[in-house]
Design a protein around this ligand. Sequence first.
Ligand code: RB5
Length: 147
Amino acid sequence: MIYLGADHGGYSLKESIKKHLDERGIRYVDCGTDSPESVDYALIAKKTCDEIIKDKDNMGILCCGTGIGISMAANKVNGIRAACCSDYFSAKFTRLHNNANVLCMGGRVVGKGLANELVDVFLDTGFEGGRHQRRIDQLTDIENSQK
Ligand code: RB5
């Protein structure tokens, strides 16, 4: 399942991404926010990522004004590998090499058309594995050493 979340800075982009996913027939769960009213991105990131980590095949799309704050918050959750992207190459390679499970974007940075392209390549690209798995394991080791 794909879980979506946004603060007020990313709300409009999230709504536009929902329309795009609907057009592609891709199912998702919207974890809020539900309006352009101000809301704190860390709380939305936590709520969304707590769902994502329940299954290894889950993925997430998070939006705030820049994409940065919500990605920082997401990466505090064990098992989350969130990448803040505003270009196609990064959105593709963070799947190939980092096995990112959350795409973060800035609603004040990325246009809606580009965001759809980033969503598509992120969702449609698989992890390459091999030497990259060793590096992902090292990320997990860091996480576990902090517990
Ligand atoms: C909210 O104004 C803004 O700070 C937030 O959406 C995000 O850009 C933080 O990184």
